[in-house]
Design a binder for this molecule. Structure first.
Ligand code: FES
Ligand SMILES: [Fe+2]
Length: 366
């Protein structure tokens, strides 16, 4: 396959099991296009709803490369803004807290919780200085259970459209989102393009080979491990191994109320993991950090009654798998960057969720 292939040809290649071109995983120009056409206009996990419960609560986050502030205003409405000062671009909010106003730490321009500019030192000496034109730029914000999502696009469709049937599928596992509490956030830095990280998540073909401890606990056999493609969500579902259900091995309690493991990908960069047993869920967010690096984090949530020892065991199990994945994706990145593999070859059975993801990437960039 040659450089300069059209989108229609690339789409036909994907349908035949060829991957996107390797240079799409290495090239700064491609990343700029992805930032503009994917991250600047899709719903992304911003953080936890319990961080913005009271009027004045605020936290800084990002949507891809775009700094975002999420705020509960004095009337109780949830708002989000591009967290970039209209003066010269400093980030207005850092970290989290409870504030009466949002004051930029560079020259003290001060915005209300509604984003309107209220004060700018010395601006009264400037003829024609108009506060009304200098509000923080609003972005769409919504919640699903304990999760806050934002979408910086000017034409954001409702969050519910992106999630589709996901809320019902998660509820079908036996997990009650409103009974979860946050435990820990763990941050990650990976030596690979963000798409390699997502693609690695989207198949369990590598599980028996690269995650033996995971494959001992969860049923990763090809006829038991279910792959499901929806509009913006790709899901993988399975159960515990018989040996675990009979009382042996791994961090999950085979008698717990959550009956299956679910691994959901929500376009473009969110993954949600529901573990079986006592209520446990984690969300991972993956942000491009240059074309060949990814920054991310995992927020771990548990049912309120889940003992700390169980939580620690589940988080250690998950972190072990994540470290194994970190080595895999770094190695793939070296391979893709070698210039020696123009295109990979997918198995359209076991890797069909990757084919779907690449189709969405192609569609977004076309
Ligand atoms: S950049 Fe924010 S006050 Fe100057
Ligand atoms: Fe993996």
């Amino acid at each position: 396959v040659q450089r300069g292939t059209t989108s229609a040809e690339l789409a036909a290649d994907l349908a035949r099991g060829h991957t996107l071109p390797a240079e799409w995983y290495c090239d700064p120009g491609r990343l700029r296009l992805e930032q503009e056409r994917i991250f600047a206009r899709s719903w992304q996990y911003a953080g936890r709803a319990d961080k913005v419960r009271r009027p004045g609560d605020v936290f800084a986050t990002r949507a891809g490369h775009i700094p975002i502030a999420v705020v509960r205003d004095e009337h109780g409405s949830l708002r989000a803004f591009v967290n970039v000062c209209r003066h010269r671009g400093h980030e207005v909010v850092a970290g989290e807290g409870n504030r009466r106003t949002l004051q930029c730490p560079y020259h003290a321009w001060t915005y209300g919780l509604d984003g309107c500019l209220r004060a700018a030192p010395r601006s009264d000496r400037e003829p024609g200085f108009s506060m009304e034109e200098l509000s923080l730029l609003p972005v769409a914000v919504d919640t699903w259970g304990p999760f806050v999502f934002v979408n910086p696009g000017s034409q954001a469709s409702p969050l519910a459209e992106t999630l589709g049937e996901l809320p019902e599928i998660v509820a079908g596992s036996g997990l009650r989102l409103d009974e979860l509490e946050h435990d820990t956030r763990r941050e990650w830095a990976l030596e690979s393009n963000w798409k390699v990280v997502v693609e690695n998540y989207l198949e369990c073909y590598h599980c028996p080979v690269a995650h033996p401890s995971f494959a001992d606990v969860l049923n990763v056999d090809e006829d038991e491990y279910r792959l499901e493609v929806r509009e913006w969500v790709c899901s993988q579902r399975t159960g515990l191994r018989r040996t675990v259900l009979d009382g042996g091995g791994g961090p999950y309690d085979g008698r717990g109320e959550v009956r299956e493991a679910q691994y959901h990908f929500v376009w473009p960069n969110l993954t949600i993991n529901v573990g079986p047993g006592s209520p446990n869920l984690s969300v991972d967010v993956w942000w491009p950090d240059g074309p060949q690096r990814t920054a991310g984090f995992t927020d771990y949530f548990f049912g309120r009654d889940v003992p700390q020892a169980t939580r620690d065991a589940i988080m250690a199990f998950s972190a072990r798998v994540a470290l194994e994945d970190a080595a895999l994706v770094a190695s793939v990145q070296r391979g893709l960057g070698s210039g020696m593999l123009a295109r990979g070859r997918l198995l359209l059975g076991s890797e069909r969720l990757i084919a779907r993801f690449q189709e969405l990437v192609l569609r977004a960039l076309a």
